[in-house]
Design a protein around this ligand. Structure first.
Ligand code: NAD
Length: 492
């Protein structure tokens, strides 16, 4: 891929940053530069916010079903370019091509779902406590919303935010992660061609500390939707003041395997959860919490399969595990491997950077991990898995909950009681039974509890709640002053 220079998109025009500077976008499988992106300034962001402000009136007044038609165009155009987008994604982000196709498909799914919401955007009606009075709610846009996204789902996550924001009638300033701006730009190109009016969506690349900060601090931006690390999320909340903020943060997701589990099925789930996307999913399984009776057998089964995983460029059809996103991510996996060793966990597989071009780290497994070790508690975001032994389902759930995060979880069991205990007692936004921790369907809510977020959920109907405000309407047709709260005793 020829490394071109790309621009910001503001007021429906492709423009350079006032800084006149660019940053490099790398292919993590080769280390080659694949593009140059604008190193934007806070003035560029102000410009984008001004553009979003000017477009808000006409966009929010357009009937939502009309906005829905435009979203359907977008979905159609993404589908037509699915293979091209997937290849760009693998080249820019590293995930293997089959997973990149899944990422693009998720964008199609959420776009179609949100297009349909254009004919719903339901409020509700309910009886009034007074006679001759009608009560209902409607949904209104928030205004200008700032969208800040990570690199691990470089098309799906932007789409998860952009589509509900658009259908609800908001205008947008969008900053993608600096490791994957090309995927984001390709999505913007499609949105432009699909007929979304100028200024409704504005795209500004650059650092979190400059571009992100201005989006978060600017008073004209009324809502922020952020997906990324817990540290960044916390700093955003501190700065955003009374803006409506949605946070989707990290995870330390556990798979529980009980002594009655189908171990072959659990093995597939663990391989997919821990090493799919090279462990770089927010829902990745980084802990296996396994019953002592089946631990030895499962460990042998797991080792045999992990040793066969093929690392390489995700564009090659025989690659199982792609690179990590950048050199810092490799260093983080190395760092935690060292911590695991020092803490006394037993390394049974991997643990090293691959001596080849690009940012590769071996699939790594620690066993005899204690729940209080750092490798069992902190998000590594790489292919590093910890095995923790438990004696019964109660201990398993306690261990599973013993982390500051609460995104996804899973239990493998053939016993209904174990399954329902996990569903009720695990503190997480998602619990799978007899499947891995990863993989979301766009018509169901997605998000987590505790350190994973602040209570918002993305996708499905809750995605609409994130990007709209509720207005309550009372219509009094009694012809007299009726006082709610104090007047009910006088109703005859
Ligand atoms: P990150 O927090 O480093 O960056 C995320 C985005 O925030 C980037 O666009 C970055 O430029 C921007 N940013 C950085 N500093 C900022 C600041 N001060 N103000 C405003 N914006 C700023 O996260 P990352 O490394 O890109 O992504 C990995 C993290 O994302 C992991 O912790 C992972 O678990 C999490 N994640 C969560 C979900 C979820 O839905 N819960 C999904 C995917 C990823």
């Amino acid at each position: 891929m020829k490394a071109m220079k790309y621009k910001n998109y503001i007021r429906g025009r492709w423009v350079e940053s006032k800084s006149k500077e660019v940053f490099e976008d790398l292919n993590p499988a080769t280390g080659d530069v694949i593009g140059y992106f604008q190193k934007s300034t806070s003035e560029d962001v102000e410009d984008a916010i001004d553009s979003a402000e000017k477009s808000f009136g006409s966009w929010s007044e357009l009937p939502a079903p009309k906005r829905g038609e435009m979203l359907l165009n977008i979905a159609h155009m993404i589908r037509e370019r699915k293979e091209e987008l997937a290849k760009i994604m693998t080249t820019e982000m590293g995930k293997v091509l089959t997973e990149a196709r899944g990422d693009v498909q998720e964008a199609i799914d959420i776009t179609e779902y949100m297009a349909g919401e254009g004919r719903r955007l339901f409020g509700f009606t309910t009886p009034s406590e007074l006679k001759n009075k009608f009560a209902m709610t409607i949904r209104r846009p928030i205004g200008i919303v700032g969208l800040i996204t990570p690199w691990n789902f470089p098309i799906a996550i932007p789409a998860w935010k952009i589509m509900p924001a658009l259908i609800c009638g908001n205008t947008i300033v969008f900053k993608p992660a600096s490791d994957t701006p090309l995927c984001a730009l390709k999505l913007i190109e499609i949105i432009e061609k699909a007929g979304i009016p100028d200024g409704v969506i504005n795209f500004v690349t650059g650092s979190g500390s400059v571009v992100g900060d201005e989006i978060v601090l600017n008073k004209k931006v009324r809502g922020i939707s952020f997906t990324g690390s817990k540290e960044t999320g916390e700093s955003i909340v501190r700065k955003a003041g009374i803006k409506k903020v949605g946070l989707e943060l990290g995870g330390k997701n556990g798979i529980i395997i009980m002594d009655d589990a189908n171990l072959e099925l659990a093995l597939e789930g663990v391989l997919w959860g821990a090493f799919g996307t090279t462990g770089q999913r927010c829902t990745a399984a980084s802990r296996v919490i396994i019953h002592e009776k089946v631990k030895k057998k499962f460990e042998e089964m797991l080792l045999a399969r992990v040793k066969k995983l093929k690392l390489g460029n995700g564009l090659k059809p025989d690659t199982d595990v792609g690179p990590l996103i950048n050199d810092a991510a490799v260093k983080k996996s190395e760092y935690y491997t060292e911590i695991g060793r020092k803490e006394g966990a037993r390394l049974i597989c991997g643990g090293k950077r691959m001596q080849m071009k690009g940012f590769f780290f071996e699939p790594t497994i620690f066993t005899e991990v204690k729940p209080n070790m750092r490798i069992a508690k902190e998000e590594i975001f790489g292919p590093v898995l910890s095995l923790i032994t438990i004696k019964d389902v109660y201990e398993a759930i306690k261990v599973c909950n013993d982390t500051e995060f609460g995104l996804s979880s899973s239990i493998y069991t053939e016993n209904m009681k174990n399954a329902f205990l996990a569903i009720e007692k695990i503190d997480s936004g998602i619990t799978y039974v007899n499947s891995s921790t990863i993989g979301a369907e766009t018509h169901l809510p997605f998000g987590g509890v505790k350190g994973t977020g602040n209570g918002t959920r993305e996708a499905g109907i809750e995605g609409i709640h994130e990007f709209s405000e509720t207005k309550t309407i009372y219509i009094d047709y009694s012809g007299k002053l009726q006082k709610a709260q104090i007047d009910t005793e006088n109703i005859k």
